[in-house]
Ligand binder design. Sequence first.
Ligand code: TYM
Length: 333
Amino acid sequence: MDKKIVFSGIQPSGEPTIGNYIGAIRNWVEIQNNEDYDSIYCIVDMHAITVPQVPKDLRKHTLEVLSLLLATGLDPEKTTLFIQSHVSAHAELNWVLNSLTYMGQLNRMTQYKDKSKRFEDSSINSGLFTYPVLMAADILLYQTDYVPVGEDQRQHLELSRDIAERFNNRYSETFKVPEALIKKEGARIMSLQDPESKMSKSDSNEDSYILLLDNGDAIRRKIKRAVTDSEGVVAYNDQQKGLKNLIDIYSAFTNEGLDTIVARYNGKGYGVFKEDLSEVVAEGLRPIQERYKDLINNKDYLEKVYKEGAEKAEYRAMKTLRKVYKKIGFIPR
Ligand code: TYM
């Protein structure tokens, strides 16, 4: 049986949050360890520059994210791990797909609408607008079957499918039409300060997210300040959104069912629950942070990983790109 191809990506626009971890990265590790899948994971630096980045910070964050991915258990022997800008086929296919994507479709992307709110109309760059097309290029280059992502990427995945189908209809079967792989649990971890919006590393309020490298004190402080409600009862429902999110996080780190957790805190206050949750998160992140400390200082190893990853990815990407160029009428060199 042919292995199913899995592709996903993460932006190095800062240090990943536990939202990234719960919604995506921990699933990537699970998939990598499943013989039925052939997985490819990419650090998407080209996506990151759609919002202003300080060059030296972008370089630093790219290596930090690579180290963190390795520290969470991704293994370059079992998976392909690379940096997007190292494989130029991504930019090349992006250009082709731009010519197949309608402005109207891009205008409907909710993430674009949210992100562009931060800028004046005259300073929204066109990269932010065509961001989802580059994402489609990432995915389609590898003839991807499944894309494990958090809930916030669902609409982008739909667009990738549309673009693939449009290309296939116009030029004959070329791309596999990918499917989003979104788990029911943990696909949308919310801000600790506003349980109506997702946890995001670009949030201006540091108390709203927990970073994978936060120490025990920071974790405790942020969870203590997390917004809950005045019910005073640890329960899992949509009226107590803040608490619901905290229980989701607890469950993600302990792999315990929601009912088990709720039962444990029956009759206990939020204070006790938050104390324990802080411990659970800090304990869960500790081994990752320990491995990270060694990795980030081992520049030679990191370089070896991303170079070998790029070679493997490029070989596969070029196969698709050559096919695409031929189909659309470009003359081979
Ligand atoms: P990015 O870098 O914002 O996030 C990486 C992954 O983490 C998930 N995620 C979350 N999941 C649950 N709760 C949250 N609060 C949360 N925040 C983030 C995201 O859904 C994502 O899976 N556009 C993508 C990167 C990308 C990509 C791709 C993904 C570029 N090309 C191709 C898949 C395939 C992004 O900005 O992810």
